[in-house]
Design a protein around this ligand. Structure first.
Ligand code: GDP
Ligand code: IMO
Ligand code: MG
Length: 435
């Protein structure tokens, strides 16, 4: 299996970090292909819990090389701090992490512009703000595609960096002042700060596409780690309430520089219910005690921003759509344990809009806002399932719930997660790691 991809199939926070960590012992390389420090991927073992934002979730396994690909937007300070924290825990990073020379950098002006843009959207109406993570993601990708960005490789040449930074900061200061009426940034202070990153970043920088393609030629196995979720994809999500990258399967090839023919396994991660952080349409959102219960039992608070996550029932119309565009070869269902204790479970199987029922997912925000979710009700179960390690140990209602999902989507469920820890996993397919 040359390249496997782990992809969030909903609005992010599906438990990708846990699953990537679990699959890591079976691969040689784990690679992030898009997004940046907007991601928060949680890994729990024994009594430890660690949230990774930029370093791939394979870093806690000896013998795994981690790659931050060209498609990622890199906050140099955030990655340096994260490396330090991981090393403080006793896991060496130098020599095991490679950062693409072509990855674009997040600069202080990206965060300042994002804050100003969000403030002016919120001023127009609370519903207009996207509810971004404030990590500078959108403005950094904007610069990348406007061909005005600054890349990791530029950090390694002080003269080039100074020249590019001076031009960029002056331009961004004009935008901040004239369009947003916001504070000006100090050109010299930013240059000083970024020039000093060169030595810290230098040991990690390489042509990661070449490294990955050579590794694949040598028979090495690569696990590509998606961030965010398919419904936040800039093309396939409910634009403009999306992130600025491609978490979907195609993003893996452009974000790593590996050929599509190398990909032979696409693992969709889905929560047994749905959550979303930030604004945007969410058809199955619950505004009542049931939603509150999911948030409380599922500890649904953002791993990056700490914001409460919006919670709702499982949406199979949405999941069918993301399964279609990603071509999931299997699904991992996470957080099944959170559903224990509910008498009944609702699952959205159709939408109604414009007087018609449909299984089509309309990704445009204005339509998705108007759809009415139509539910089937399935029986719940009472038992605590966090100690189950085999499918036969799950109550029959839980098994039926999984079968219902798999039958609707026509995609097999390869693993079921029943708690945050590494050992809390039920393998269903031959390809799943043993608990
Ligand atoms: P990611 O962004 O997709 O990696 O997911 P996050 O780390 O942001 O959020 C998932 C949260 O659920 C984390 O706190 C995980 O520790 C936790 N988690 C993962 N799988 C399970 C599970 O099966 N059951 C429970 N109760 N928690 C889980
Ligand atoms: P992981 O990898 C959940 C959401 C933000 C906002 C929108 C745009 O942990 O699953 P951005 O800062 O990217 O411009 O914000 O996307 N968002 C996430 N939601 N999980 C994430 O990452 C997210 N990364 C961004 O809340 O709605
Ligand atoms: Mg997360």
């Amino acid at each position: 299996m040359p390249v496997s991809i782990v992809i969030g199939s909903q609005w992010g926070d599906e438990g990708k970090g846990k699953i990537v960590d679990l699959l890591s012992p079976d691969v040689d390389i784990v690679a992030r292909y898009q997004g940046g420090a907007n991601a928060g991927h949680t890994i729990c073992w024994d009594d430890e819990e660690f949230v990774l934002h930029l370093v791939p979730s394979g870093v806690f396994h000896d013998g795994v090389t981690c790659v931050i690909g060209n498609g990622v937007v890199l906050d140099p300070k955030a990655v340096i701090d994260e490396i330090q924290k991981i090393e403080d825990l006793g896991f060496p990073v130098e020599g095991r992490l490679k950062i693409s020379h072509n990855a674009h950098l997040i600069m202080p002006y990206h965060k300042a512009i994002e804050a100003a843009q969000e403030a002016s959207r919120a001023e127009a109406s609370d519903d207009d703000a996207i509810g971004t993570t404030g990590r500078g993601i959108g403005p950094s990708y904007t610069d990348k595609f406007a061909r005005t960005g600054i890349r990791v490789v530029d950090l390694l040449d002080r003269d080039v960096l100074r020249a590019k930074l001076t031009r960029s900061i002056e331009e961004k200061n004009a935008i901040l002042k004239q369009i947003h009426g916001a504070d000006q940034l100090d050109v010299d202070a930013i240059i000083e700060e970024y020039v000093a990153f060169d030595q810290q970043i230098d040991p990690y920088v390489t042509d990661t596409s070449e490294y990955l393609c050579n590794a694949l030629d040598d028979g090495k196995r690569v696990l590509a780690e998606g961030a965010q979720g398919s419904l936040l994809d800039v093309d396939f999500g409910s634009y403009p309430f999306v992130t600025s990258s491609h978490p979907t399967a195609g993003g893996c090839c452009t974000g790593l520089g590996v050929p599509p023919t190398a990909v032979d396994r696409v693992i969709g991660i889905a929560k047994a219910y749905c959550t979303r952080v930030g604004n945007g349409p969410f058809p199955t959102e619950l505004h009542d005690a049931a939603g509150e219960r999911l948030r409380k039992v599922g500890a649904e608070f953002g791993a990056t921003t700490g914001r409460p996550r919006r919670c709702g029932w499982l949406d199979l119309v949405a999941l069918r759509y993301t399964s279609m565009i990603n071509g999931f070869s299997e699904l991992t269902i996470t957080k099944m344990d959170v559903l224990s204790g509910l008498d009944e479970l609702k699952v959205c199987t159709q939408y109604r809009y414009d007087g018609k029922t449909t299984r089509r997912f309309p990704s445009e925000a204005q339509t998705l806002e108007r759809v009415e979710p139509l539910y089937e009700t399935l029986p719940g179960w009472d038992e605590d399932i966090t100690d189950a390690r085999h499918i036969s140990e799950l109550p029959s209602e839980a098994q039926d719930y999984l079968d219902f999902i798999s039958d609707y989507l026509r995609v097999p469920v390869g693993m079921v997660s029943i708690g945050p820890r590494r050992d809390q996993i039920i393998p269903l397919a031959d390809t799943a790691p043993a608990a």
